[in-house]
Design a protein around this ligand. Structure first.
Ligand SMILES: [Cu+2]
Length: 202
């Protein structure tokens, strides 16, 4: 009887703690101009990088992916412990998310920390599909450090951009071409321009 009561208590507690946190991600083609040339990129909810997804350990993530592109997509939750069916690898753990369809990823968060998520289809990650994935510690976590874990935080992502089609970069890397070594001074100039663009106050 005591065991049943204890079990019931545990069940009630874990039910109270659990919160379902929903995000809707709209994946869409876009045009960017970081270097003076217009290039195709992918924005999610109009953003590059993708929106930061924030949870607390114990929450259940409900992430609806609305594919508004003309090609299929997928999302992989980098370094997260989750049921294999939610891992986001097309043709391995799910079918690709086809154009104009919505796909739901749903999984419990059983860890805390700063992670990231990205497309697992082709080289979509290289043209914008990467974002922060934050899982806060629970306030009642024994390891919660007052004055440290409750400090306000702002996630920062460092990324890079190339005007080359990433598939082309991939191909050239396999061919061990010297193209990028020859062009590197030109790239330094582009990089300087890019730093100027992103550091410009708006
Ligand atoms: Cu990954």
């Amino acid at each position: 009887m005591l065991q049943i009561a204890l079990l019931l208590l545990l069940f009630i507690q874990s039910n109270i703690a659990q919160k379902v946190v929903r995000y809707d991600l709209y994946v869409q083609d876009t045009i960017v101009n970081f270097t003076g040339k217009s290039r195709r990129a992918i924005a999610v909810n109009g953003m590059i990088p993708m929106p930061t997804l924030t949870f607390t350990e114990g929450d259940t993530a409900e992430i609806y992916v609305h594919n508004k592109m003309k090609e299929s997509t997928s999302l992989h939750w980098h370094g997260l412990w989750l049921p294999n069916t939610e891992d986001g690898v097309p043709y391995v753990t799910q079918m690709p998310i086809e154009p104009n369809t919505t796909y739901l990823y749903r999984f419990p968060l059983i860890q805390n920390g700063t992670h990231w998520y990205h497309s697992h289809s082709g080289l979509q990650e290289q043209i914008g599909m990467y974002g922060s994935f934050i899982i806060n510690k629970r306030l009642d976590d024994k390891k919660f450090r007052q004055g440290i874990d409750d400090l306000p935080t702002i996630p920062i992502i460092l990324s890079e951009w190339t005007d080359y089609d990433p598939d082309n970069v991939h191909r050239m890397l396999h061919n061990a071409t010297d193209w990028f070594a020859i062009k590197k001074d030109r790239h330094k100039v582009m990089l300087r321009q890019l730093v100027k663009v992103i550091s410009r106050p708006n």
